[in-house]
Design a binder for this molecule. Structure first.
Ligand code: IMP
Ligand code: MG
Length: 338
């Protein structure tokens, strides 16, 4: 079984939490992270907060092998620091064709007024490294002796694991509307963040995927420039308890109510088969930390069911609090494969 987790809005929908939940609850033998270090995925687990920039959020499952895809871009300092902070040495592997971001890429972006002021880039060197990759001068993981013991051919590994019946979880980064092709260009990141782009970064054709799980937060947030339909004034964002700080840059996130038009189009763009909804407690405080569908207040249930009607897609997972375990899992009830 092969599942992809993709962001439905502008990133920060809670992909980290969803991936960590799935890794702990399904028998996931391998997890793959795509994208790069501009994307911070947060996992609250066992009373601790983990901010991940390159290691898959499935690290919470101690028997899960952790992979970084060929299309991803790694910064060696971030990579080695995360391995030691998380204590995951020995089960982390990097595709030999993954790209490496060097200091010069970070320096190029630091000097770029357009990226900084108009786009609101995280300035992590990702776009500059993508330029070098396109120009065919970027160094790859296989060019660095310090990565020698981590290198794999991920395409081979994925085949080996799936043919022996193992489950693989693929973790996308950012969100649909930050896609270089399908997002709010030019206010986007330097990659295609949709399910197809995620698969391409791994080296998987579209037919091998069983489930595409799209993650929506119960409201929409965005950091950096670009349109945000229905954007609320900051006072109102604070009032509603929707105030958030970006995990890589520490910037305050802009916020708006849930956007059905964006959500419908995102389901289409990603061929989503399931919706994971996060932060339900932020629009229905009485649903905080609830773990069973039956215990949700009726108005929250109705909101979720209306969403399913609009999107014509089952809402299988519902986040009701910060911790990985604050999750309602409706997959069995809805007859969805796990
Ligand atoms: P860059 O990819 O760092 O150059 O940033 C380009 C745009 O994407 C900026 O608006 C960033 O704020 C946004 N962005 C990049 N990565 C993330 C993320 O992980 N979450 C949310 N926004 C992101
Ligand atoms: Mg994030």
């Amino acid at each position: 079984m092969l599942s992809v987790v993709v962001g439905g809005f502008f990133g920060d929908e809670g992909k980290g939490k969803v991936v960590a939940y799935l890794a702990l609850n399904d028998e996931v033998s391998a997890a793959v992270r795509v994208g790069s270090v501009n994307a911070g995925h947060t996992v609250f687990w066992g009373g601790r907060e983990f901010k991940l920039r390159i290691i898959p959020s499935a690290f919470v499952n101690g028997s899960c092998r952790l992979y970084i895809a060929a299309g991803s871009l790694v910064r060696l300092d971030v990579f080695f620091r995360e391995i030691s902070t998380l204590g995951v040495a020995g089960r982390v592997f990097v595709d030999k064709n993954a790209g490496i971001i060097e200091d010069k890429h970070v320096e190029i972006e630091a000097r770029d007024e357009y990226l900084r002021n108009s786009i609101g880039s995280t300035l992590q060197g990702v776009g500059a490294a993508m330029v070098d990759r396109v120009m065919r001068r970027l160094k790859l993981a296989q060019d660095f002796p310090e990565l020698r013991t981590y290198l794999v051919d991920l395409v081979d590994e994925v085949w080996r694991i799936t043919s022996s019946g193992g489950n693989i979880l693929i973790e996308g980064t950012q969100g649909t509307y930050l896609s270089l092709y399908h997002g709010t260009y030019p206010y986007v990141t330097s990659k295609d963040t949709t399910a197809s782009g995620i698969l391409s970064e791994v080296g998987l054709g579209p037919k091998y995927v069983d489930e595409v799980i799209i993650v929506f937060k119960a409201y929409v947030t965005r950091v950096g420039g670009g349109p945000l339909p229905g954007e609320l004034p900051i006072d109102e964002v604070i009032n509603r308890g929707w105030i958030e700080k970006a995990s890589v840059t520490g910037r305050i996130r802009r916020a708006a109510p849930f956007d059905y038009n964006l959500a419908k189009r995102a389901v289409m763009l990603n061929s989503a088969t399931q919706v994971a909804l996060t932060c339900l407690d932020k629009i229905f405080p009485t649903s905080a930390r609830v773990k069973e569908w039956g215990k949700l207040p009726p108005e929250a249930k109705r909101w979720v069911e209306d969403l399913e009607d609009v999107l014509r897609t089952p809402v299988t997972l519902i986040g009701t609090g910060d911790d990985v375990t604050h999750m309602i899992d409706r997959r069995k009830d809805l007859g969805v494969m796990t």
